[in-house]
Design a protein around this ligand. Sequence first.
Ligand SMILES: [Fe+2]
Ligand SMILES: [Fe+2]
Length: 257
Amino acid sequence: MGYTDKYERDAYGIVAFWLRNNLEHGQFFDREISHHELELARANQSMVQSLGGIWQRAEAKQGDLGILINESSQAISEFRNFLIGGMNKALHCELIVSTQVALMDHMIREAEESQKVFNLIQSGSQVFVADAVIHESTFWLRQMADHLAFVQHYLDTSNYELQDRVRRMTQKFERFLLQANALRTIVRKPRTEMLPVLNAFRQMIIREAKDLEAFKLELDTLIKQCAAITTAPPDLLEHLAREAHHLWRNLEEGIIT
Ligand SMILES: [Fe+2]
Ligand SMILES: [Fe+2]
């Protein structure tokens, strides 16, 4: 599992995780922009270049962390605004791309979550474990359910068995998301203690996210061997596996990163 070997969880590693996340979104989006949209494609490419440059510095742990976070924040915020502009055009039927609006919104939410995490790192503020579990679950379970829906969208219709498997997993993660949303209001602030019911939920999601990560890697191998018919970008499943990994690690540690 090459991608977890390089996954570091110090401050530089977390900044690198988010930069790479946004960078790959730009690379995936690049494949789906019609040749009728040259201006959009060029703007996207320049975002990819700038995110890529900062990501390499973060990976190499070069330079002052504060400056790196400010630059990352700036580049990701530009990318977020660019995607919001694209989504707005798509909603007015003025854009020719094969990326669906739900996926643009998904990428925008991840860009916004990066900003939240950067603010937390910079402020150094402490978050209660129960708050972290509620936050990570409500944010990431929606992303996990989306991932499965997107995987199904990319999978060729002729993969009947795989389609069915992915659909059932999507529905399971949608139920987890409903449960996380319910717990968000059931477990009221200040969340100074970890209630047994929240802890049981956390343990279940850790197990399920680990299984989901393994499934995504299994499918990643099939796609890379060209053994599953799909229109998914080659590295998409690895990207999704990395996000599932990030979720269960954060839940285990009871932190927001
Ligand atoms: Fe992502
Ligand atoms: Fe995602």
